[in-house]
Design a protein around this ligand. Structure first.
Ligand SMILES: CC(=O)N[C@H]1[C@@H](OP(=O)(O)OP(=O)(O)OC[C@H]2O[C@@H](n3ccc(=O)[nH]c3=O)[C@H](O)[C@@H]2O)O[C@H](CO)[C@@H](O)[C@@H]1O
Ligand SMILES: C=C(OP(=O)(O)O)C(=O)O
Length: 430
């Protein structure tokens, strides 16, 4: 198993381009199976989850190539709507194939999706939405078989603005007969990106980005060339890392409008941020200020996917901060790991009480999930001494070679695979 070895204490500096968004690219790749022919999807990062999605697409009959952040995908020979169990369990986003395959074949077989262990993560809203469009779903042993000779448009009200359920229903509804409305839809930028992609294939969707999405069914879709939006969570992660190391960096290829709530929180923590078009410069040269109360909520509020990273900054603040997690009940696993590095945090009733300390200290810690892992890397970059982050396959799900990103920004960080241990050996010999 690979590990990251980090020698902390160096302020980050330099300029970096933000890669494409995992959470936009994954549903877009899944949606591509609805149009037969060759698609070209640009700005697709080279991540574990993307590889898993491409593996699933290959196994059901697509031809795929991923080169220099561009995926070329021929969906002409898709011959099955049975998603392989071993790959389905490797990530949450395998569920995104449910709507598109149902729309193309009138049938789909799935298993329980995998993904970060950050909460119960049911799929009931996905299933209820597809049933409202006319699908019949039966459970047989450990798989779900979903059938609909013809999907029919419906008015669907989501009990909660689930990102994944909104996307799955949108994709299935594209080929349904008649009009579908999704009320209380999630409003994340990745949903707008999916709408743009689907409309580029010939779909008729309006409203993504608001809480009501309307989809007029069409009978034919054609392949297209499309470029994925930049990853707002990667951008937010780097902004926090710059501030936590008391450095200053410039991010290119960012949509600042997607980061409004995150920038608001960072500014309250004393971080200096300048925006110029799609460029953000971020820096912090003093101890961060505590932030009284941050609550994670659906977009446009503060994102759960940045909760653990921002917590690291608040661990170093001059006072007490409170973070409330309302999306995933199991998303505080990084707290124990940060405590090993000297953080002073207690958790009660879904809120973390963070008493700032002057410094964190290097330790061996474990990435329990994707964003928890990113938070530990930031903590390691800011800490005094050497940090080893284990279980980094979680981090590889969402960051395109995180060690190279931070090396580019001047950090001393190295990936150590079982075969090579140069940095650790060098540091131990000092
Ligand atoms: C690939 C992707 O885009 N992942 C993002 C997506 O995940 P994902 O689409 O899984 O997140 P959802 O918005 O669906 O989940 C939010 C909440 O709703 C619950 N829920 C969801 C579906 C359902 O059928 N039943 C149900 O109860 C979940 O357990 C969770 O408590 O949005 C999350 C919330 O912004 C982000 O953290 C993830 O990074
Ligand atoms: C939770 C995340 O991803 P997923 O929904 O794919 O598990 C994430 O991107 O932080």
């Amino acid at each position: 198993m690979d590990k990251l070895v980090i020698e902390g204490g160096k302020p980050l500096s330099g300029t970096i381009r933000i890669h494409g968004a995992k959470n936009a690219a994954l549903p877009i790749l899944a949606a591509s199976v609805m149009a037969e022919g060759t698609h070209v999807i640009e700005n697709v990062p080279d991540l574990l989850d993307i590889q898993t999605m491409l593996n699933i697409l290959e196994r059901i009959g697509c031809k795929t190539e991923h080169r220099l952040q561009t995926v070329t995908l021929d969906t002409s020979d898709v011959h099955t709507a049975h998603i392989p169990e071993d790959l389905m369990g490797q990530m949450r986003s395998s569920i995104f194939l449910m709507g598109p395959l149902l729309a193309r074949f009138g049938e789909v077989q799935i298993y329980q999706p995998g993904g970060c262990a950050i909460g119960e993560r049911k799929i009931d809203l996905h299933l209820k939405g597809l049933e409202a469009l006319g699908a019949e779903i039966v459970e047989e042993e450990n798989r779900l078989i979903c059938k609909a000779a013809q999907l029919t448009g419906a008015d669907i009200v989501l009990d909660f603005p689930s990102v994944g359920a909104t996307e799955n229903i949108m994709m299935a509804a594209v080929k349904a007969e008649g009009i579908t409305t999704i009320t209380n839809a999630a409003r994340e930028p990745e949903i707008q990106d999916l709408q743009h992609f689907l409309n580029s294939m010939g779909a008729k969707i309006i409203g993504a980005g608001t809480d009501t999405i309307t989809i007029e069914g069409v009978s034919e879709l054609t392949p297209c060339v499309y470029s994925v939006i930049p990853d707002r969570i990667v951008a937010g992660t780097l902004m926090v890392a710059a501030a936590a190391t008391r450095g200053s960096i410039t991010l290119q290829n960012v949509n600042p409008g997607h980061l409004t709530s995150a920038m608001h929180v960072l500014k309250r923590a004393g971080v200096q941020i300048a925006v110029d078009g799609d460029i953000i410069t971020v820096g912090c040269h003093t101890r961060p200020k505590p932030v009284e109360r941050i609550v994670t909520s659906p977009y446009p509020a503060f994102p759960t996917d940045l909760q653990s990273q921002v917590m690291v900054l608040l661990c170093l603040a001059d006072g007490v901060s409170i973070m409330k997690e309302t999306i995933f009940e199991g998303r505080f696993k990084h707290v124990d790991e940060l405590s090993r590095m000297g953080a002073d945090i207690s958790v009660d009733m879904g809120s973390a009480f963070i008493r700032g300390v002057p410094r964190l200290y290097g330790a061996t810690v474990e990435a329990t999930d994707l964003r928890a892992g990113a938070a530990l890397v930031i903590a390691g970059l800011a800490a005094t001494g050497i940090t080893v982050v284990e279980q980094i396959h979680h981090i590889d799900r969402g960051y395109d070679r995180i060690e190279q990103i931070f090396q580019h920004l001047g950090a001393t960080i190295e990936r150590r695979s079982p075969a090579s241990q140069p940095l650790l050996r060098r540091l131990n010999n000092q």
